[in-house]
Design a protein around this ligand. Structure first.
Ligand code: 5AD
Ligand code: SF4
Length: 447
């Protein structure tokens, strides 16, 4: 029998959310989803099925920003069916009320620094208010902490330890879209980590736009001490952290990795350019040699630590010689992964008005040359694992290939087969012998 609805019962409220951009955004969405569910909303999988359609947006590069306006355009017809639209995240903070001019059917515009006010904003939305804004351009001191986070994976999960950014690199919108740096107390981070361990999580990834710029408001722990403390929680087997800034990369981080086996064998340390001249123009506040010193610390750790980086090609004024220095840096460091991007001019940033912009065609050529060079480095690096036995966490299955997809502590994908009749469950840890390799993945057999 169908349950009888009382006439006073509120109508079912459904929402659809799509997330663009980085891990910070992915995790913000998990918190937004939890908050909405706590407010009585049910998540649905399509725009058509939803009363409220949310886009959590990214504005790091122009392409990412355009995506959200395309999406809004594709679905605006649903407005006539009474559906409401909200734009969250970095494009929301950057464009603010201009979004209402460009897309008048949007009802809610909120940057990430205002998500703690979401419950109030949702009430206003339900009361029929037309244009609701949560915009906090570098004003707020508060972080968005919620006990209602709806994590999408039940084995590994994110914890934000610091929000915002105070670095003001010349190309980057983040200091304008995510507000000033503000750290959570280490007590609250550790409480969240312990709750996750109790709930069966074995891997925790500490997040921040500048994660190692973390400053405990209680003054109890440094970033390295917090890392170690999370790694020592019973039940936690893997701890990762992202993204580190070279300026704040201190030796005690490597010492913590040496001392605490659960801290993963991987450091992501964005360099952006191998030319000290370009680094100066970018306002990165370090030189090539200074960066390479940090790399040498990582390389002299007691166990092999995988290194990855971010690169921007075609920053204004970058000459062929500057670019060659970036290519030579890749050879020197021998990264296991590089995220490379063509420079994209962003509103409000100092670089937007810099002279000597690079033609898109040249940026594309440099990007391709860089990726070609890096592919060979990775082919060589990944092949070194052949014959090793490596522990992976099971992530997924590739039914077509009959493979299990695992992830190593070094954050490499290791696809493997097993002779066991029953496949290992997601989240399990399995020892795998590596039998062959590609530039981006390893292949093996369960031991
Ligand atoms: N253009 C291109 N890439 C950028 N990034 C940040 N801002 C820009 C921009 N304006 C890259 C940097 C950063 C990564 C997250 O995105 O490499 O580390
Ligand atoms: Fe994109 Fe940066 Fe915003 Fe993340 S913080 S969504 S990378 S603009």
């Amino acid at each position: 029998m169908q349950p009888v609805k009382s006439p006073n019962e509120a109508p079912a409220k459904t929402f659809y959310i799509e997330t663009f951009g980085c891990q910070m955004n992915a995790h913000d969405s998990e918190k937004v989803i939890g908050t909405l569910q706590h407010q009585g909303y049910t998540r649905v999988e399509s725009e058509e099925a939803a009363d409220l359609i949310l886009y959590n947006t990214c504005s790091i590069r122009d392409k990412a920003e355009q995506k959200v306006f395309h999406r809004l355009n594709d679905y605006k017809k649903l407005y006539s069916q009474g559906k409401r639209f909200g734009v969250l995240g970095c494009v929301a903070q950057q464009e603010g009320e201009k979004i209402f001019e460009r897309a008048p059917f949007v009802s809610l515009v909120s940057g990430s620094a205002s998500y703690r006010k979401l419950p109030e904003m949702l009430v206003q939305l339900e009361q029929g208010k037309q244009h609701i804004t949560g915009l906090d351009d570098r004003q707020t001191e508060e972080t968005f902490e919620t006990e209602f986070t709806a994590r999408s994976n039940s084995h590994r999960g994110y914890i934000t330890i610091i929000e915002g950014c105070d670095k003001f690199c010349a190309y980057c919108v983040v200091p304008y879209t995510r507000g000033k740096e503000r750290s959570r107390t280490s007590t609250s981070v550790l409480n969240e980590a312990r709750r996750m361990a109790d709930a069966g999580y074995t891997e925790i990834q500490l997040l921040g736009q500048n994660v190692n710029s973390y400053r405990d408001p209680e003054g109890k722990r440094t970033f390295a001490e917090l890392l170690a403390a999370v790694g020592e929680i019973p039940g936690i087997r893997r701890v990762r952290f992202t993204t580190s800034h070279p300026r704040d990369f201190t030796h005690d981080i490597v010492d913590a990795i040496d001392a605490v086996p659960t801290l993963c064998d991987h450091v992501h340390l964005p360099v952006q350019s191998g030319s000290s001249r370009v680094l100066h123009l970018m306002q990165r506040e370090y030189t090539r040699d200074w960066y390479l010193d940090r790399i040498s610390w990582v390389k002299s750790a007691k166990r092999p630590i995988s290194m990855t980086t971010d690169i921007i090609v075609g920053f204004p004024g970058e000459t062929d010689a500057d670019f060659e220095e970036t290519v030579s840096l890749l050879g020197e460091v021998q990264y296991d992964g590089v995220f490379a991007f063509k420079y994209s001019p962003r509103p409000n940033t100092p670089a937007i008005s810099m002279a000597d912009s690079i033609a898109d065609e040249d940026k594309s050529k440099r990007l391709q040359a860089l990726l070609d060079c890096q592919r060979e480095i990775q082919r060589h690096n990944y092949a070194k694992h052949i014959g090793q036995e490596i522990e992976v966490m099971v992530e997924e299955y590739n039914a077509a290939r009959g493979q299990v997809i695992g992830r190593t502590s070094q954050n490499k994908t290791l696809n493997f087969t097993t002779k066991q009749p029953i496949l290992p469950a997601k989240g399990n840890y399995v020892k795998v012998r590596v039998t062959s390799s590609f530039p981006n993945s390893l292949v093996g057999e369960a031991v």
